[in-house]
Design a protein around this ligand. Structure first.
Ligand code: AMP
Length: 618
């Protein structure tokens, strides 16, 4: 039974939360949700039956913006103002894409090669995030129109190979479009979920997801254990897809009709007509053996064997990528339990056969390969809405978790973006002789110094047996359970003394705060590296002073007067250098004290060895 809430402020009834899944694609985007009655994922359809919204944006003369099919029509007539393939620009700097800039018909701005790209339309500049947000807003509007209810929450998919910057950019685009992005999930994970893979918590499965779209190819090897998806490897080619098949057909026809490249170039209409006819031919040959069609008053034909020969080199390239992905995951073909097909071009029979024969098993291709990712995103959305309680939430830590070590440094135990549940532990020791307790302060954040991060908890771990400094072995473990609760445990391994506390790290930070902390970690990265180096040098200096002073106290008589005064002078100057805080000078001071103490330390060692040998009986 669904829940009905009452909004106390307005007194109105609130419907059950609606969370949609969005596949924000390079060529097409679409929205799916779990049908409230059938409980099955469905893709939202327009009146005309269309589910796909082309990821194309057209900026009109009057300032109007059109998106989708309408915008697509301008690709040929107004290419300068028609933006496609925005996804390829997400989180990229100009230097990342400069080798491909001829691919984009619109203007990509290169003012500073290290900064993120912008797209110029007339006298306005747009970031890929803004452009993606236009597409997302259009999807949101369409969904609201179809569902007749506000849509404010979404799960959005991204390729498995997307890095943090690209994921963050996608999240920001969602926010800009007025969506609360509950989760960014990997496309291959979504596709697997759509097939119900991973929904059984007790099973472990290794899955290959083969995704061949219009312009991109990627293959991902995933492992699901207890409902947690892990990407073992990815491979692919960001400029290989069904469009290449179309171009190969056009090239063949052009050759048959002795059309030169010049002629095609100068006759844009003919080129475009042939491209469309070629795509028709390709699609037709997915379920027929012979194609004939007309363009520019001529008849063009293509047989299935001819088509297969044309595309074989491309298909072989994708199979090669599959081999690489397996190698990287250190797996053999026989260790793959399931193969999932994604992307419109996997409808081509030769593609399907080649993949099935490479993996030596039948592939999952029952679900429409254009819709499978959005449907999986809807499955994930439903889990997040709490409608599928049996299933574990797939979550990641938004910020790194660690403890404070000497000098106020942050020692990260669980890095940000780690899938939860997760566990990590590390050993520490005491700083002083006879120390019986240590302070354990838990922090969250990306900066090198804990003072710049957020303190989550602090406790004093006591009950360490008195031992010389460095001898106790204190193991600190962090365990985040599936609900996002962090349990910090401290255990002294020699005595077995143990203590633990529970921390709730997921709550209490708003999205904006998380964002600010991440931004800060980038802004201050240089400064942090310098500070960390200085703090480490100071800690090392303090440690060597401590050890040397200890040594002097116990072994004074073994040193000459000259050695004694040189050592004391060096210690004093090192103490001053700690105050001064210049890292390079400190390092010099440390080296100097080491240099002075080495001869007598060695002498002492010799004495100790002689003593030991003397007492030894055979
Ligand atoms: P996607 O990027 O996943 O939307 O895939 C789009 C690509 O799939 C385009 O190159 C389409 O021409 C191609 N495609 C769509 N339907 C078929 C089909 N029935 N047979 C072959 N290719 C298709």
């Amino acid at each position: 039974m669904g829940k009905i809430g009452i909004n106390i402020a307005t007194g109105s009834l609130q419907k059950e939360e609606m969370i949609v899944g969005i596949d924000l694609g390079t060529t097409n985007s679409l929205v799916a949700m779990i049908h409230p009655e059938t409980k099955q994922p469905v893709v939202l359809k327009e009146h005309d039956g269309n589910t796909l919204v082309p990821s194309v944006i057209h900026f009109g003369e009057n300032g109007g913006i059109s998106i989708g099919e309408d915008a697509k029509n301008y690709l040929i007539t107004d290419p300068q103002n028609t933006i496609f393939s925005v996804k390829r620009l997400m989180g990229k700097s100009y230097s990342d894409i400069k080798d491909y800039s001829s691919f984009f018909a619109y203007k990509i701005i290169d003012d500073n090669t290290e900064s993120l790209v912008k797209v110029r339309v007339e006298d306005k500049f747009y970031s890929p995030i803004e452009l993606s947000s236009f597409i997302l807003r259009e999807l949101k509007n369409r969904a609201e129109h179809i569902l007749k209810t506000p849509v404010t929450k979404a799960v959005i998919t991204v390729p498995a190979y997307f890095n943090d910057a690209q994921r963050q950019a996608t999240r920001d685009a969602g926010k800009l479009a007025g969506l609360d992005v509950l989760r960014i999930i990997n496309e291959p994970t979504a596709a697997s979920l759509a097939y119900g893979l991973g929904l059984d918590k007790s099973e472990t499965k290794t899955i290959a997801v083969y995704d061949l779209g219009g312009g991109t190819f990627d293959v991902s090897i995933l492992r699901i254990t207890g409902g947690i998806f892990e990407v073992l490897s990815t491979n692919g080619d960001t400029y290989l897809g069904g469009d290449d098949f179309d171009i190969a057909i056009v090239d063949l026809w052009a050759k048959q009709f002795r059309l030169t490249e010049e002629e095609l170039k100068n006759n844009g209409n003919l080129a475009q007509e042939l491209r469309l006819l070629a795509e028709n031919a390709k699609i037709f040959l997915s379920s027929n053996d012979q194609f004939t069609g007309k363009a520019a008053g001529e008849e063009f034909a293509l047989s299935k064997p001819q088509f297969d020969e044309l595309i074989r080199p491309f298909v072989e390239r994708t199979i090669n990528s599959c081999k690489h992905a397996l190698d990287d995951a250190k797996l053999t073909v026989t260790e793959i339990d399931e193969v999932v097909m994604v992307g419109g071009s996997t409808r081509v029979p030769l593609v399907k056969q080649s993949v099935a024969s490479f993996f030596k098993r039948a592939v999952h291709d029952d679900i429409n390969p254009d819709e499978v990712v959005a449907m999986g995103a809807a499955v994930q959305a439903d889990i997040l809405a709490g409608n599928n309680k049996d299933f574990l939430l797939l979550d990641i830590t938004p910020l790194s978790l660690g403890i404070e070590t000497m000098g106020g440094l942050m020692d990260v135990l669980i890095p940000r973006n780690t899938k939860i549940p997760s566990k990590a532990s590390r050993q520490y020791t005491t700083q002083k002789d006879g120390q019986v307790s240590v302070k354990i302060a838990v922090y969250q954040g990306e900066r090198d110094l804990v003072k710049d991060n957020r303190k989550l908890a602090e406790f004093s771990f006591s009950g360490i047996p008195a031992m010389p400094a460095g001898l106790p072995k204190v193991e600190i473990s962090f365990l985040i359970n599936a609900d996002g609760i962090l349990v910090v445990k401290a255990k002294e391994l020699r005595s077995g003394t143990e203590q633990s506390i529970e921390v709730k790290p997921q709550y209490g930070l708003t999205d904006a705060e998380v964002e600010q902390m991440l931004l800060d970690s980038v802004t201050y990265a240089q400064e942090d590296i310098r500070t960390r180096a200085l703090v480490e040098a100071k800690t090392e200096a303090a440690h060597i002073i401590d050890t040397t002073e200890n040594f002097l106290m116990k072994n004074k008589e073994m040193l000459s007067e000259k050695e004694l005064s040189a050592t004391k002078a060096s210690i004093d100057s090192l103490k001053q250098l700690i105050e001064k805080g210049d890292k390079d000078q400190l390092q010099k001071g440390i080296d100097e004290l080491n240099e002075i103490s080495r001869p007598y330390a060695e002498r002492l060692m010799d004495v100790a060895v002689r003593e030991a040998l003397k007492n030894k009986t055979i």
